[in-house]
Structures are given as C-alpha cells and as structure tokens.
Design a binder for this molecule. Structure first.
Ligand SMILES: [Zn+2]
Ligand SMILES: [Zn+2]
Length: 1011
C-alpha cells in the first residue's frame, strides 16, 4: 500500500525491468511539493538505463568499452575507431526532456522578469495536463474519481490482511539497520606498495569523501530538502501525503512518479539491493521509519548527502562540489551552485552541468538550458519553502552565479602505476569473492569491487615501485622499437567527447617482472604510454598475443625432460614429415620450417635445438616425447588459463597459443623455482578498516610441483645457452647469469622474450595491437631480448651475480652421460667414429632417465677414407667407422625407400636408407651396394706424390676427429667442415701437389681457428 511503484506495476501489469545498480540510478521521482501538478513522466522512464550512461561509465561495462577485445586464439583485428560514437539513444533524451512545473498559481507575485519554465506537451499522459487555475468543482470530481479508482484497486488485491501478513514477513527479513554501516560503506580504501608506502586511495568509481553535517552549509542542505523532500523535517520516514499523491498520479496518468523521502532514498541507495519488488519497497519504507526512530534528522541528512550519486563518478556533495565547481570548501558554494547539485539528484546523467555546458554541442538546442531550468526550479522550491529570501532567490537566478568547470581539477589524476594497481584490484576482488564464498560471476565481481571501494580496506601490494618505474620508463622512452612493415597500420580509438580519435602508438609493448622465489609480481606494464584513465587495455594481462618459440621450454622441452628425455636426447631436425603434424589440408603429415627456411641440422640434441630455436626439432620433440594432451596439461599446471592454450601441435610447439606476459612470467618462474608453481601474488595482504588482517597471500598461496627439480635445473641450464650463444645473446646482462628464450611469431607478427636471472623472471612482448607484421628483420632475439635487457640491466644495478638455481647439477639428481648424437643412446666406438662426423654428446640427464641401451644405429663398417662408403678392394685408405643404419621400429625407418630416402642419406650417411634385416647375408649384400665408387680399379691415377697423400690423409684424420669432438653449434664448426671437405676432394681428384698442399694449409688454419 505504501509502495506506489509496486502498485503501479500491478496496475500496468509490468514485469521486472533490466536491473542496474541503484547507486547509479537515484532517479528520485521529483514530486516534492507539486506532485499533483507534475503531469508528465519523470524520465528517463522504465528500467532501461540510457545507453549514453554506459558510454560515460565505461568501467561499469568492462574494460573493453574502448573497443578492445581479447584476441581469439587466431588473432583477429581489433575493432577500430568509431565504435561508440553513435551510441546515443535519442529516446532517452526526449523522454527526459520534461520539466517540473511547480504548482504556482501565478507568476505575477514574482515579478515579470522572472523566467518561468516552459512546458513541453506531455508525452504519455492519458489525461491532459492541468491548467494553472483548475476549477474547484472539477478538482473535487477528479479527486473523487481518483480515490474511487484507488479503492477499486485495493479491493482487487487479495485482501488487506494478506498484504499486511506478507509485509510483516518482509520486515522481519529486512537488513539490519545501522547508520554506522552506511558511513562505513562509504569509506575509501587504501592501497600500499611492497614497502608499505601509500600508493593511492582507492575510491573506484565511487569517488566519495565523507563530511560532517557541520561543514555542509545550510543552503546546500536546504536545496536538497526543498526539491527532494520538503516535509523532511516533519515526517517520520515516509510521507503519506506524498505517497498517496504520487500513487494517484501514477495510476491515472500511467506515468511513473516516486513518493520516496530522503530517508527512504538513503535506505534504498545504501542498504537494499537493486531488486525491484514489493518486498524491497516495503522493506524500504519500514527501514526508513525505523531509521527515523534511531537517528536524528541531521544524522540522516548527513548520511544522505555523503552518499548521493551526483554524476560522473562522484558520490556525495563534497566530491561533486570539488569536481564541478573546484570548491574544496563547501561553504564557498553559491546558492545557485547548491541548487544545481540538488537538482541533479533526480537524473544525474541528464542534468550533469559539465555535460550540458561543455560536452554537448548543437546549433539548434541550448543544452545549458536543461541544467539551468532545473536549477531555477530548485531555487523556486527553496524560496517557496522559505529557505531563501526573495532577494537571495533573485540573485541566484542569475546563471553567472554558478561557474561550472569545463574539466574537473582532479580529472587527470589517475593513480600511479595504474596497470599494476588495476590488475591487483582484480586480484583483491577475487580474494573478496573467495572470502564471501561467492561464485566468480560478473555480478558478484562488481559487488565485491564496490565493497572494495567503499569498505575502507587496506590493500598491500607486492608492487616494487622502483622496478615498476624502471620498466614503465623504459617502455615509454625506448628508442629502438622495431618498425611496422606497413607504416599505415595505424590504430585509433574513439576517446574524446568532441568526436576526435587518439592514435595509439604502434608497435605496442608490455612487460612483467616477477620474483619467482616468492611468486610476487614486482612490475606490470601494459602499454608504451601511461594510462590516462581507468580500465584501459593492459597488454600484460588482457592481450593474449601468440608468444612464438618462447613457448618451447614450457610446452615442449621441460615436459620432454620430465617425461624421460635428457639434454643429449636426439631430435631429428630434418626436412621430413613429423607424425601428427598436419599440413594445411589437415590430413597429410608435414613439418614446420625453421626460421629463415634453412638450418636443418640433421640429428641434434635437445640442447642444440633449444639454443637455436629450431622449429622442426621442437615439432619432433612435441609429437614424439610429449604429445599434445600432455603438453597442454603442463601449461595448465603452470598456471596458463585454459582458453589461452591453442591445443594443437602448432599452438604448443611453435607458440601460436596466446599466453599473456603475466602468465609467461609465472610459468618461467616455475622453472627458475625448481619446478614448483606458486600462484602469482600482487596482493600481499589485506586488512579491514580497523586494520585487522583479513588476508595473507603467502598463507593461502597455491603451490604445486609441476616439474622435478632435475627437469627445472636442466631446462634452465639449457636456456643459459640460448643467451650465451644462441638466439638470445642480446639479453646478456653484465655481471649476471641469464637464461631465457626468444619468440618470433610467423610473419613477424609480434616478438617475445622471457628471461630469468638469479633474482627475477622478466617477460616482454612487442607487437601490433591488431596483429599486423613488424618489419621483416624483426626477431625476438634482436628486438624483444634487447628491450628486456634495457629494463633488466638497471633493475640489477648493484646486485651480485647469483645462480638461478643454487647447488650443483648433481645435487639436483643430474648426471653427465656420453651418448650418441644420432641415436641418443649410450655411445659406442662406432658412434665416436660416425661417418658423418656427428660423434657424441656428453651432457646432463636426470639420474633415473639415463639411457641403458648402447647405440642401436651405428654399426662398425670398413669404409674408404675418401668416400666414407664401404671400402672396396682398390681403396687406398680404409678405416673402421660407424655407419648409421636404421633399426626396425625407428621413427625414421618408414622413410626408407620413400621419396625422402635422399634426406636420410644426406643427413645420416650412405647406409641410412638400407632396409636391414636379421639375415647377415642379406645385410652384407645390402652394404655391398654402397661400395666406394671412387676407387673401382687399380689404375687409379694420381698426380700427387704419395708422400703428400699420406700427410694429407693424416691431417684429414686429425681434422675429422677434432670436428667430431665439436658441437655443431660451434662458430668455427662449419668452416672446419668445409676445409675438410675441400681437402678430401682435392685428395680424391688427384690434383697437383701444389693444390694439395694449399688445401692442407687451409685446413691447418681452420683447425687452429676451431680450437
Ligand atoms: Zn650411435
Ligand atoms: Zn674408396
């Protein structure tokens, strides 16, 4: 019965509308004194919120309001400019274009110079608006009819008794009434850095400062009372006259008018949910009356004026006065300014003075009038209630007595370290969700975010301001960003009120620094420019661009070692199809090309493959040692979120998975932390408003062993080679041990580097926001690693060199084993004398994964020293060497006799495409087919003297064994190989002594250079 809106819903048969937070609504139906004559809708009508509200409150609608969206797995271009330019909903404005005409009988008494509001025709009334001087008799008839209708309605309800019973139940379940809770709710939270220094107050979108009623000038109090609740000082919480009046008006006119007093509004704004129901309305009225019995009018008004929403992100009169008028002291407000603030309550968006004075421009409409008319109306209410004298009233009607600032004096003041702080706030919200046992839904998140803003919390961050500052400054001032391949690939975002667009500089960059010993995140930087407003795109967290080869250690190599491999395990970096690696047709097996399209090194160890970032080898390792499912599972356990994992061979081995820089830092941190995952910490701890600790990150931190310590140590050890001699040399720091991995996306669409020191793990991404190509020479090594160094070097200034994982390899359960570089099995004499000179590897393996089988691929064969083929009767120099034959069951066996046979012999030697059998005679015959063709008869002619020939042969032998002992990655390896080949050719061709000796001295020099 006391609920006009609820009853109106019955009358109109309307259901519930879209719910929006009431804090933002505050559209108190502006009945005040004149409800009987306020014939038009108090728009905006209904439950839909104007679209433009969302536009101006992007934080309410999520960070992607700027037109950003998280990229899909296969990155799609971001929406470009102009997304929100046309977001206005004209109906909202028209509907709101009503004015409130006070029931003033005649304006004569005011004097002719006083402006009166002009009234637009009513839009949705059934009855015509009342004229100024209604006939008394007509008024009686109309009012009688209204009362009759009211009676009919009440009788049609299921009975007064039932209504009251339900109402009683609602009252019993109403929230506890506590004005202190209302005050408490309004408390600003505080955010501190890792050293406990205050970074910022956190008021979130509710920018609110509490002030005592003593400091709120009477004029401001009166302005609100006059327009919102003229009988405030006399009613008991609800205003029966007003309710009836509002109800009748609503009922007969089909419009929506409220009967809420200031006390009811306070209850609604602070204690109750946004639910639209009888229950809420009844509770609201009940609590309002109860509140009045417990608190004074001043206390209630103080709470109201401190919590009322006044446009933009301003809550309470203190914040609004400062931001609209630049007045820090409320007593400096003019009467007109007081009235302007009070006038906004009804529709803070529509009456927003800044918006109407500066933002909205039109040749035909004077938007200032909207605010000014409303303000004049409030002044009139003040005057009628004798809050101001006629003299004050006249003076206040002058528009010049209020000066609205075009820009808020605080508008550029965003908290420092915005990207870090915002990310940490998300974590704090998650913490509150958990504390309150709420599921992680967007509704609950916004509820908890609201609580964080208003709960007076103290939030302690892991943020290291020094490191954060270094990374921010480096990304902002770095001069060496790669160029875009197409300089016209610009990115704009709709941003400005005047319709202009700001260009977002490209390529963009993001970086994270994390202390992997503790899991504490020290720095998060999500762009090359400092954010100027909240909830802007944080590329370190929200943008999941492919990380390229930087994924290999975490998705391929560490898992491979965990599952049985060692540093000396062999991968086939050959132009041969990899089982399960599908081509574009999705059917045929193929293989990924290496960077630059070459460098198939043949069989190579895991260490070589990771150092040089060979794609073919990574594909082979993924498909033969790990598998797609298990690789994805490792990533999950490393903390990568499932929807960032592109669960395909390509996505896992070559990094088309879009993993964020924060996730990469966490995952690489696991390796540096001995294989133990620790959930990343941005919020170290939280205390409530009484400084009681309610959360301690390290007590509730998730920890799990993802890799054995041996796996972690060995992977980090191999990644040191990436920086010392592989693709990541640009990341070398003076005086620090560094391990890391580069990443370059296909077609240079973004580059990545993840690097570890004894202190921190740092990750950095450079790329185009819309996934466009960087200049063709760009690599993770020459750009991302370089930028990484640019901030990591100063971060390590003054720090001693420190091991990434303390302790000897043996203490991690690693042992050194000599294995065959072709098979990865235990090396034999045959392996040591491989015809191709590949030789053996002596490297670390986890103790329980050391191979137990001797090499099954090399067999000892007598070969001609010149041709490396089976020695014939006439070959002048014969030696026993290791020849590779493929045993049955070997992964490459199936290529014997295929179109790839040539690849086998090219990389593995002349016997590698023989299909050996268990029959010794057959095998002997097969080997015969590979007899040396050079020395087919005794008449082999040579111009060389035998003296030089044997010297040359000796030199060749020594050079070959030197080569066999070298890593193929050695810088002098290729040169030595070619000097050997050249001398062997000269020797075989029977060229003259002078040619022979020249070739010998050439080889001698190459051997010296390779030592
Ligand atoms: Zn071998
Ligand atoms: Zn021969």
């Amino acid at each position: 019965m006391s609920n006009d809106r609820a009853l109106r819903h019955i009358a109109q048969g309307r259901g519930k509308g879209v719910q929006v937070p009431l804090k933002k609504r505050n559209r108190q139906e502006d009945q005040g004194l004149y409800e009987e004559n306020a014939y038009d809708a108090n728009a905006p009508q209904g439950e839909e919120y104007p679209q433009e509200w969302q536009e101006e409150n992007p934080e309410q609608a999520g960070w992607n309001q700027d037109g950003y969206a998280a990229p899909p797995q296969e990155p799609a271009p971001y929406a470009e400019a102009g997304q929100d330019a046309a977001g206005y909903a004209p109906w909202a404005e028209n509907a709101a274009g009503q004015h409130f005409a006070p029931n003033i009988v005649d304006s004569a008494w005011l004097g002719e110079d006083l402006p009166l509001e002009e009234e637009k025709p009513p839009k949705r009334t059934i009855f015509k608006p009342r004229t100024r001087k209604p006939s008394f008799f007509l008024a009686v008839i109309v009012n009688s009819m209204r009362m009759l209708l009211l009676l009919v309605l009440l009788l049609s309800l299921s009975g007064i008794g039932a209504v009251m019973g339900v109402a009683n139940a609602y009252m019993e379940t109403a929230p506890t009434l506590d004005l202190a809770a209302i005050d408490d709710q309004a408390q600003t939270s505080f955010i501190y850095d890792a050293n406990g220094n205050l970074i910022t107050e956190y008021k979130g979108s509710e920018n609110r400062i509490m002030v005592s009623i003593d400091t709120i000038p009477k004029m401001l109090q009166y302005a609100f009372v006059a327009v919102e609740d003229a009988r405030f000082y006399t009613h008991n919480g609800i205003d029966v006259k007003r309710i009836i009046g509002a109800f009748v008006t609503n009922f007969v006119s089909g419009t929506q008018q409220g009967g809420s007093t200031i006390t009811q509004q306070l209850i609604k704004n602070t204690l109750l949910s946004s639910e639209q129901s009888y229950k809420r309305k009844i509770q609201e009225a009940y609590l309002a009356m109860k509140l009045e019995t417990q608190y004074t009018k001043d206390q209630i008004l103080q709470a109201y004026l401190n919590t009322i929403y006044l446009g933009e992100d301003y809550y309470g009169v203190k914040v609004a006065a400062y931001n609209y008028f630049g007045k820090d002291n409320l007593s400096d407000l003019s009467i007109r300014e007081c009235a302007m603030l009070a006038g906004m309550t009804n529709n803070p968006y529509y009456y927003n003075p800044r918006r109407n004075f500066y933002t909205r421009q039109s040749d035909t409409t004077d938007y200032r009038k909207i605010t000014n008319d409303r303000t004049d109306y409030v002044l009139r209410c003040m005057y009628e209630n004798q809050f101001i004298t006629q003299e004050q009233y006249r003076a206040a009607l002058s528009p010049s007595s209020a000066s609205v600032l075009e820009k808020s004096p605080a508008s550029t003041a965003l908290y420092p370290y915005a990207h870090y702080v915002e990310y940490a706030i998300r974590d704090a919200v998650k913490i509150l969700l958990e504390k309150n046992g709420l599921p992680d839904t967007s509704a609950n998140r916004s509820k908890m975010e609201n609580r964080l803003r208003t709960g007076g919390y103290h939030v302690y961050l892991a943020l290291d301001t020094q490191i954060q500052t270094i990374v921010e400054n480096t990304l902002q001032t770095y001069k060496d960003y790669p160029a875009l391949r197409d300089p016209s690939d610009k990115v704009y975002r709709a941003r400005n009120a005047d319709g202009t667009y700001d260009e977002i500089i490209q390529p963009q960059a993001a970086a994270v620094v994390l202390d992997y010993h503790t899991g504490e995140v020290k720095a998060i930087v999500g762009s090359r420019t400092a954010p100027t407003k909240r909830k802007t795109l944080n590329r370190a967290a929200d943008m999941n661009m492919p990380v390229g080869s930087a994924i290999k250690p975490i998705a391929v190599y560490a898992p491979a070692i965990e599952l049985g491999a060692g540093a000396g395990s062999v991968l086939y970096n050959l132009p041969l199809p990899v089982k399960g690696w599908k081509g574009s047709d999705g059917k045929t097996d193929t293989w990924p090309k290496n960077y630059g399209g070459s460098s198939y090194r043949g069989p190579e160890t895991v260490r070589t493959a990771i150092t040089h970032s060979d794609n073919t080898a990574a594909a082979y390792a993924l498909m033969n040692y790990v598998g797609v499912e298990r690789s994805a599972d490792f990533l999950l356990r490393l903390g990568v979120s499932e929807n960032h994992i592109n669960k395909t061979p390509f996505g896992l081995a070559l990094g088309s998975s879009g993993i964020s820089p924060i996730e990469m830092a966490v995952a690489f941190g696991v390796l540096a932390n001995g294989g133990v995952y620790q959930s990343p910490v941005t919020v170290l701890g939280m205390a409530d408003s009484s400084k009681k600790i309610i959360y301690d990150a390290h007590k509730s931190q998730t920890r799990r062993q993802v890799f054995k310590p041996a796996t972690a140590y060995l992977t980090v050890d191999m990644m040191k080679d990436v920086v010392s001699s592989g693709t990541g040399t640009a990341a070398k720091l003076s005086g620090q041990t560094v391990a890391g991995k580069t990443g370059t996306n296909s077609d240079q669409k973004g580059v990545f580097f993840a690097g570890i020191t004894g202190y921190y793990v740092g990750t950095v991404w450079i790329g185009h926001d819309n996934y466009k190509a960087l200049s063709s020479k760009t690599t993770g090594g020459n750009s991302a690693a370089k930028l990484w160094k640019a901030f990591m070097q100063p971060i390590h200034k003054g720090l001693d060199n420190k091991a990434i994982l303390e302790g000897s390899p043996e203490s991690y359960g690693l042992v050194k084993v000599t294995t065959c570089k072709v098979s990865g099995q235990l090396a034999t004499d045959a392996c040591r004398h491989d015809v191709m000179g590949r030789g053996t590897s002596t490297d670390y393996w986890p103790r329980d994964q050391v191979p137990t089988t001797q090499c099954q691929m090399h067999i000892a064969v007598n070969v001609c020293s010149d041709s490396n083929m089976l020695a014939g009767s006439y070959c002048p120099s014969v030696e026993t060497k290791g020849a590779v034959v493929l045993p049955l069951g070997h992964p490459l066996y199936e290529y014997i006799g295929s179109s790839y046979s040539g690849v086998l012999t090219d990389y593995l030697g002349p016997f590698a495409d023989l299909r050996m059998t268990t029959d010794g005679n057959v095998n002997a015959a097969l080997l015969q087919s590979r007899t040396c063709p050079y020395h087919s008869s005794s008449s082999y002619y040579s111009a060389q003297s035998s003296l030089y020939q044997s010297d040359a042969q000796n030199l060749l032998d020594r050079a070959r064994s030197q080569l066999a002992a070298m890593s193929p990655g050695h810088p002098a390896y290729a040169n030595l190989q070619s000097a050997i080949d050249y001398l062997a050719n000269v020797l075989n061709s029977g060229a003259s002594d002078s040619t022979l000796t020249a070739a010998m001295s050439n080889l001698t020099a190459a051997m010296a250079a390779a030592r």
